[in-house]
Design a protein around this ligand. Structure first.
Ligand code: GLA
Length: 392
């Protein structure tokens, strides 16, 4: 967002709440590879994008919150000393959930007035929820204590808010990348040890094109939680073969094949996706580090096929986007990104091929589904949650 829009945001805050705000923001993300591996203790490789959620915030002397969302044109309020609101299934759940989760986890917050504005399309699989949680959480913690907070603790509190208040049993990837991203780097996250390693992304003349299908399937949350349960079922059965197995991270393909007769067909395929995707993610980091984009693109293709056929979290609109992208010269690889059931696909592509790619994607989406997709082009990864200094 331009400096002038940021100034306009703070002006609206002043007019509404009559106080001088500080300004914070957190990015959306795409996951380059490592899908549905985070809650299986595996590896993921996300990066932050330029679209961000902005929070103008001023502390209050009590424990009340007044929160305005510009996109929803709606004001909610709550009091940390009063019982929590019942889940409303709305944006406000993320805000109230985060405030309560921080307070509960020894990152004390006081009341605040907040004005929220976001460039991240909701439901596009670009982590608009994690951006909202982490931007609000960072703002609240910094209003109380000017020193830099523990970003991992903040991310974990935001994830807990999602489990406890929103009802999605998400892994740690989204909150971690939003909190810990560094400019020009993707982030390799070991979701078991929570160790992170920034991986420089030297794209040269390549770009990442995000194609938001604009399709949002209602079953995303229930199917997400169902996949998670299915993986757990696989672990329970496979641990009969090896009692040391704690998660699918501990399962080799060889062990999985030995366990095949014990597993229901569907559970086997779910586990196979996870076991292979963890391996692909490790290989993808090496490919990126050695600048081997052909190999990286190949891994993206394999990841998508596995999400479509074994894990069954893709949908026709995403498959068509990925197939279309794959047929365009100059595209190294393409896949769905995020939880699935709608949302976005990404393609790694030569900059010069982008106009043709967008034309093809739009044509096929219109023809097959009567839908016009939305596009974002990323040339470099963005930074994580931060405070903005506004010069007068
Ligand atoms: C959603 C979740 C993440 C992760 C992805 C799938 O984005 O929030 O934790 O599981 O789906 O990789």
């Amino acid at each position: 967002m331009q400096d002038t829009s940021l100034r306009a945001l703070t002006a609206r805050f002043r007019a509404r709440f009559g106080a001088e705000p500080r300004l914070f923001s957190a990015p959306g993300r795409v996951n380059l590879i490592g899908e549905h591996t985070d809650y299986n203790d595996g590896f993921v490789l996300p990066m932050a994008i330029d679209s961000r959620t902005y929070v103008a915030a001023a502390a209050r002397s009590d424990r009340r919150f007044r929160v305005h969302s510009e996109e929803m044109n709606e004001l909610i309020d709550f009091d940390l000393d009063a019982p929590p609101h019942a889940r409303r299934g709305l944006w406000g759940d993320y805000v109230e959930g985060t405030a309560r989760s921080l307070d509960k986890r020894n990152m004390p917050v006081s009341g605040a007035d907040l004005w929220i504005r976001s460039d991240i399309p909701p439901g596009a699989g670009l982590s608009s929820s994690a951006a909202l949680e982490v931007a609000v959480g960072y703002a609240l913690v910094r209003l109380r204590d000017p020193s830099e907070p523990d970003r991992r603790k903040l991310a974990l509190a935001a994830q807990a808010a999602e489990h406890e208040y929103v009802g999605t049993l998400c892994g740690i990837m989204d909150q971690f990348i939003v909190a810990l991203a560094t400019r020009d780097h993707a982030l390799s996250i070991d979701c078991r040890s929570l160790e992170t390693r920034p991986i420089p992304l030297r794209l040269g003349s390549l770009r990442i094109v995000i194609c938001d299908t604009t399709v949002r399937h209602a079953l995303a949350t229930s199917e997400y939680n169902a996949r998670r349960a299915e993986c757990q079922k696989g672990v329970t059965v496979l641990s009969r073969l090896d009692p040391n197995i704690r998660s699918l991270r501990d399962v080799s393909e060889e062990l999985l094949n030995r366990g095949e007769p014990l597993l229901q067909r569907e559970t086997f395929r779910r586990c196979r996706h996870v076991v292979r995707e963890i391996e692909r993610t490790v290989s993808a980091v090496s490919a990126l580090e050695s600048g081997n984009f052909n190999a990286f693109g190949e891994l993206m293709r394999a990841s998508h096929a596995s999400l479509r056929d074994d894990y069954e979290v893709s949908c026709r609109e995403l498959d068509v986007a990925v197939e279309t992208a794959a047929s365009v010269p100059g595209v190294f690889g393409a896949r769905m990104t995020g939880g699935g059931f709608g949302g976005s696909a990404i393609a790694l592509v030569e900059e010069a091929s982008i106009p043709f790619l967008l034309e093809r994607l739009e044509l096929h989406s219109r023809k097959e589904f009567g839908i016009v997709p939305k596009f974002l082009t990323v040339s470099q990864p963005s930074n994580g949650v931060c405070e903005h200094a506004l010069e007068d």
